[in-house]
Design a protein around this ligand. Structure first.
Ligand SMILES: C[S@@+](CC[C@H](N)C(=O)[O-])C[C@H]1O[C@@H](n2cnc3c(N)ncnc32)[C@H](O)[C@@H]1O
Length: 362
């Protein structure tokens, strides 16, 4: 353990410089070399790199969470001893705290540096078209591989599926009266939501599932009765009409896009909402008149999202959704001539069960 009373102020400063500076430099150099080699296309993004990125991401969250929690507890105990006037205990605890801080820095600082640098780097490589990480995040070893299972657990807890059936029947009774219904999920991932809805829904519905990512592990199986089909391959929701034509379907009655193609068609830097208009135009072409697009519309504050992410990544506890809903993401672009002219919007359900529906009216 480091004894602060035996060290001059210079020695303490040097120690901090070493324990914080060296890990920071290692993290920075490693990240920059990786960024450059990817940028110059000396290496390709691979399974191994994907796994390494996921592990570092997890280590960053877990080590930061526990280090900060322990430091806060130590800090509080020092305050208590200080208030009680127990000076010897205060000094001992300060020594323990500084020792812990220095050793924790060895893991926290390089992983945090990598996390921050590579977050910017990957976004930069994505926007310049060098990397397409959509196909990597959701495959085995990817950062979001376990995301759907966590979400499905939460949806089950809040009776999301039952509520979905109830609310969509309220807004679109005309669809449920049809003799045959085509239900399309353009970005189904593992397809667990659709599997559950298939069990609940009347059996006259044909479920068609697809996704942009082709290597999704453990996805729902196509059923032999022809009522539930997960198409094999990579299908971009931006070409939904052509995708449906491949299985001889001209129009859909329901398009359910939960944190999928629409969600991914915009980001914080987006000023025009061009991507959203593109997807809505494509979905409009793919829908029957009176057909509906359904998206998730829970309203979440960024504080809640951060809390949910921390609890999930550090303690594997699912307290709620870990990202903004599709509706929240696209809301600022909804005063849009195309969408206003061709769709009637309705918000149904409450809290985590909230959905937004867009009915094709022209
Ligand atoms: C967060 S997951 C959601 C999956 C599913 N809808 C759910 O709620 O469980 C997002 C999925 O959208 C898919 N995706 C993203 N952009 C897409 C696009 N342009 N076309 C089709 N799928 C897309 C991803 O591959 C991923 O599987």
């Amino acid at each position: 353990m480091i004894d602060l009373s035996a060290l001059a102020i210079n020695d303490i400063a040097v120690k901090f410089l070493w324990y914080f500076g060296v890990p920071f430099l290692i993290g920075l150099i490693f990240s920059l070399v990786l960024w450059c080699t990817l940028r110059l296309q000396k290496i390709q993004f691979s399974n191994a790199l994907n796994l390494m990125n996921t592990i570092i991401d997890r280590v960053t969250f877990v080590s930061t969470f526990w280090s900060v929690s322990i430091l806060v507890l130590m800090f509080l105990s020092i305050l208590v001893f200080l208030v009680l006037g127990m000076c010897a205990q205060v000094m001992l605890n300060v020594n323990v705290l500084v020792t812990f801080l220095l050793y924790a820095a060895i893991i926290v600082i390089p992983s945090l540096t990598y996390y921050c640098v590579m977050d910017i780097a990957f976004n930069n490589l994505k926007s310049s078209g060098i990397l397409d990480l959509k196909d990597w995040n959701y495959v085995k070893g990817g950062k979001l591989y376990r995301w759907p299972d966590a979400t499905y657990r939460y949806l089950k807890k809040i009776n999301w599926y039952e509520n979905f059936l109830l609310k969509t029947k309220e807004v679109a009774p005309h669809i449920y009266q049809l003799p045959n219904i085509v239900f399309v999920s353009p970005s189904a991932n593992k397809g667990r939501i659709e599997e559950k809805l298939y069990d609940l829904f009347p059996k006259k519905i044909d479920f068609i599932l697809m996704d942009y990512s082709r290597n999704i592990d453990g996805k729902a199986n196509t059923k032999s009765n022809g009522k539930f089909t997960y198409l094999e391959g990579s299908f971009d929701g931006n070409s939904l009409k052509a995708n449906l034509a491949k299985v001889d379907i001209r129009f859909a009655d329901i398009i359910m896009d939960i944190r999928g193609c629409i969600w991914y068609s915009t980001d914080k830097k987006d000023r025009t909402g061009e991507g959203i208009t593109r997807v809505f135009k494509e979905y409009h072409r793919s829908l029957n008149m009176g057909g509906i697009i359904i998206i998730d519309a829970v309203k979440l504050r960024s504080k809640t999202i951060t809390r949910n992410q921390i609890f999930y990544k550090c303690l594997n506890l699912v307290l709620g959704f870990q990202e903004v809903s599709t509706y929240q993401k696209i809301e600022r672009f909804l005063e849009n001539d195309f969408i206003n002219k061709h769709f009637h919007k309705e918000i149904v359900g409450e809290g985590s069960n909230c959905l937004a529906t867009f009915k094709k009216i022209s």
